[in-house]
Design a protein around this ligand. Structure first.
Ligand code: ADP
Ligand code: MG
Length: 312
């Protein structure tokens, strides 16, 4: 039987540190990070709990990927360059097959974004996975939620609603088709938009990542910036799979309210519109009139900005 320490050595010390800022990694009471002159440290943490965020039979490689991805997505949404993470694992038992697959999913994504795993904690209990992620951003350049301006254009990266579609396939709400693989991958293995987040420094006025659904997350920008917005249905970027789902079910709200896309939604002053990266779509406009509206086939729908709340 592996001990706590040999478990860490065996599964979580596989990647060599990749950043000069990592002064001391796994093994001491604390890790040590240096912050370059002129930078601020961006810090975020996200937990995934069995039966709340994932099911007991979830693929551990995908789980390791997703746990890190959702944390890196928060750094991306601030325009921070990811540096290092800590990992707190609460495990019911030591299952080496599970740990091997989980650490592979986690460390492969860490390697991809040159993120160092610098420490953590390992305890026994109901399966709970927590990451704290740290990144750096030049002083004053972090992309906040509270700084959208009336007249800003609203954009988002890539496509909307594929993860929500994947969740429905996973739940057997709709039957999988030949084209469901992309949706399932988008749900289980989101790619954090780290490069776009960095490219938006000095361009976006406000930014958030879409974890709880576009309506809910854009709602955070609107409330914290004290503004409203109109989205334009015809401009929303949908994959062919999501278009087909909407056509077949008439459930046009699904891509707007389902979570787990981990795309970036951000606002830009019109004079900076020509500097927006190419992989982004214009989807609406920030307005002084509070609330969120959707212009759809010459009608205006009011959208309720409510997302998933754990204690409601
Ligand atoms: P302490 O008792 O000082 O909290 P631990 O015995 O919990 O230290 O951990 C020993 C070392 O291993 C520490 O450097 C800690 O950061 C690291 N560590 C523990 N669990 C993990 C994990 N799941 N992933 C990465 N590092 C870990
Ligand atoms: Mg400890």
């Amino acid at each position: 039987m592996l001990t706590e320490f040999s478990l860490i050595d065996k599964f979580f010390k596989k990647n060599a540190p990749q950043n000069p800022e990592t002064r001391l990694g796994i093994g001491d009471d604390c890790a040590l990070l240096s912050i370059p002159n002129g930078y601020e440290l961006a810090i975020t943490t996200d937990t995934m709990v069995e039966n709340v965020h994932f099911f007991a039979n979830a693929n551990p490689t995908q789980l390791g990927h997703k746990l890190l991805a959702v944390n890196l997505s928060d750094l991306a949404a601030m325009g921070a360059k990811p540096l290092a993470v800590t990992l707190a694992l609460t495990l019911p038992t030591i299952d080496e097959g599970w740990l091997s697959a989980f650490s592979t999913g986690f460390l492969n994504l860490a390697q991809h974004f040159s993120v160092d795993l610098i420490g953590g904690d390992t305890t026994k209990g109901a399966l709970t996975l927590t990451v704290q992620a740290m990144g750096i951003v030049p002083c004053g350049q972090a992309l906040k939620r509270s700084t959208a301006k009336v007249g800003d254009f609203i954009y988002m990266t890539d496509f909307l609603g594929d993860a929500g579609l994947g969740f429905k396939i996973e739940q057997n709400v709709i039957s999988p088709s030949q084209s469901s693989e992309n949706a399932l991958t988008r749900f289980h293995q989101p790619m954090p938009r780290v490069e776009t987040g960095l490219a938006l420094r000095g361009i976006a006025n406000a930014c958030i990542d879409i974890s709880d659904g576009l309506v809910s997350d854009l709602g955070h920008i609107l409330r914290q910036s004290n503004v409203g917005a109109s989205l334009i249905w015809e401009k929303l970027p949908f994959s062919n799979e999501v278009k087909t789902y909407i056509k077949n079910t008439n459930d046009w709200k699904m891509p707007l309210i389902s979570g787990d896309d981990y795309e970036l939604c951000f606002t830009v002053s019109p004079e900076n519109a020509n500097r927006v990266p190419e992989n982004c779509s214009f989807i609406g406009v920030i307005e002084a009139h509070k609330g969120l509206r959707l212009e759809k086939s010459a009608q205006i729908e009011t959208l309720t900005m409510k997302g998933y709340e754990h204690f409601s």
